[in-house]
Design a binder for this molecule. Structure first.
Ligand code: NAD
Length: 505
């Protein structure tokens, strides 16, 4: 076994932020927030101050919801084929501004430029799928359900929809919902993460540039005050939320209690299972990317690798080499392979959880706490914890940092039992060259997303995306057809025209 390894660091203080103004967008106009600043923001790579996110207030939320409510009748009456023209324009603008948007995401979130571009690609994909709403929103009908009587199901928009998003994908996650919501004829109030308000602000500027009618998309900045005001507002019909499990539970319970339609994606603790017959080189590369990409702050990041049988003999060593070979630094440097975690508080939390792992019996083969970044960035080095006991509380804790635990099982069944035991069910993967083992795994494993020799099994925009168990609260998932289902109500019309069609009435 290797000793503790160290990771290279490149310091490159740079920023691309041109404004520190955080404004709300209500009724087609940018307005300064009226609530006090609540959260100091800093570039995670440099510590450079970026601004202060206002706390958000019920009055600001009410203004945004009223504006969305007022815009709804005309917007829902516009033909779907005309509504999606704004999304075609948005796609073109997002493509045109891809580099600028990626640099903005990296500046406020810390992930690498490549990762920022990747998240934008996945976001744009959702805009593309929502452009198909004139087909996706079809209902269905049947003639002569009784003599002369026809029955028709149509889908209609709900009204004002709230979209509440987390810090780790500042642009992709708003785009999981917003394009579908407006394409189906709803109006939206977006409440982005208070930790990354700039990318969402820029997104809304581009949406405004498409010429979208005033009030169809509104933006309110803030934290829990703004969220609770949205949950309690009588005119908000639906809430789409992504964030940590405790907040997801709160949003689901409070939103549902007032009769809203709610979908909440929560936290995760994802496992990958490595069988002895897996290809060693690609398995290591893919798992390293999953565990340490976005500094471990992806809801689909692998957090626990379960080696089965003899995979134990090679995996800890190979993943340690991969982890310690990563270039960690400012994501704006194109050669950086891993950026910082979101805040210094997050770094302290991750350090403390690594310490708990060590106290609970794991061995830090690569220890990110030793990582010396210099400067004020919130860096944690890639970390590999070997042999965490099954009973350790850390086995069930979402670390949300670049920390991979490696544990061992005698069989695939034992590995799947560990996954089954987890309170979360976002994703799991298996690495093997055995079709039979892979098929059994995908058939029985208790997670909403499954990878076969894939480290981050993120569904494309035309497939639904959600986890199971404590990773999701609701019924309809995000993206694609589920999004159309979530953002519309079904209405069934039973129709008779006596004189013309029916002899009996
Ligand atoms: P978070 O729960 O802290 O914040 C999410 C949103 O809720 C933000 O807009 C925030 O302002 C708001 N919020 C925070 N605390 C609140 C409170 N007490 N009451 C009401 N609103 C509150 O999440 P985060 O740290 O921004 O994001 C990381 C989390 O999101 C991780 O747990 C990650 O697994 C999860 N996530 C899940 C998915 C998924 O698809 N399942 C995707 C991305 C992120």
């Amino acid at each position: 076994m290797p000793g503790v390894r160290r990771v290279r660091y490149i310091e490159l203080p740079m920023t691309t932020l041109t404004t520190t103004e955080i404004r709300n967008f209500i009724g087609g106009r940018w307005v300064p927030p009226t609530s006090d600043g609540a959260l100091e923001l800093a570039n995670p790579a440099t510590g450079e101050p970026l601004g202060r996110t206002p706390a958000g207030s019920a009055a600001e939320v009410d203004a945004a919801v009223q504006s969305a409510h007022a815009a709804f009748p005309a917007w829902r009456a516009m033909p779907a084929a005309d509504r999606v023209q704004f999304l075609f324009k948005l796609k073109a603008l997002l493509e045109e501004h891809l580099d600028e948007l990626a640099a903005l995401i990296t500046t406020e979130n810390g992930k690498t430029l490549g990762e920022s571009k990747g998240e934008l690609r996945r976001g744009i994909e959702n805009v593309e799928v929502a452009c198909g709403i004139p087909v996706l929103m079809h209902g269905y009908s049947l003639e002569d359900v009784a003599p002369g009587i026809d029955e028709i199901m149509v889908r209609q928009p709900l009204g004002v929809c709230a979209v509440i998003t987390p810090f780790n994908f500042p642009l992709m996650i708003p785009l999981w919902f917003l394009p579908y919501a407006i394409a189906t004829g709803n109006t939206v109030v977006l409440k982005p993460s208070d930790r990354v308000p700039f990318s969402a602000g820029r997104l809304v500027e581009l949406i405004h540039q498409t010429g979208l009618p005033a009030g169809v998309v509104n933006l309110v900045n803030g934290g829990r005050n703004a969220v609770d005001a949205l949950l309690d507002h009588a005119l908000v019909r639906a809430v789409s939320f992504v964030g940590s499990t405790p907040v997801a539970k709160h949003v689901y319970a409070r939103g549902s209690a007032s009769g809203k339609r709610v979908q909440c994606q929560g936290g995760a603790k994802n496992h990958v299972v490595v069988l002895p017959d897996a290809d060693q080189e690609t398995t290591t590369k893919i798992i390293a990317d999953s565990a340490f990409g976005c500094a471990g702050q992806r809801c689909l990041a692998v957090s626990v690798t379960v080696t089965v049988g003899e995979a134990k003999d090679w995996f800890p060593e190979s993943i340690s080499s991969a982890a310690s070979g990563l270039k960690v630094g400012n994501g704006l440097d194109p050669s950086t392979q891993m950026g910082p975690v979101i805040t210094r508080a997050s770094r302290e939390r991750v350090h403390s959880l690594i310490g708990q792992g060590a106290d609970q019996g794991a061995r830090a083969i690569v220890d990110g706490r030793d990582f010396q970044a210099g400067g004020e960035g919130s860096f944690v080095g890639p970390t590999v914890l070997d042999g965490l006991p099954a009973a350790s509380p850390l086995m069930e804790t979402e670390i949300f940092g670049p920390v991979l635990s490696v544990v061992h099982a005698a069989s695939v069944d034992e590995a799947m039992a560990m996954i089954d035991h987890s309170p979360y069910g976002n994703a799991s993967s298996i690495f093997t060259s055995s079709g039979a083992a892979a098929r059994k795994f995908r058939n029985l494993v208790s997670t909403g997303n499954v990878g076969i020799n894939i480290g981050v099994p993120a569904p494309m925009a035309y497939f639904p995306f959600s986890g199971w168990k404590g990773s999701f609260f609701g019924v309809m998932h995000a993206q694609g057809r589920d999004a159309v289902e979530f953002f519309t109500d079904k209405k069934v019309i039973v129709e008779r025209w006596p004189r013309e069609w029916s002899r009996k009435f």
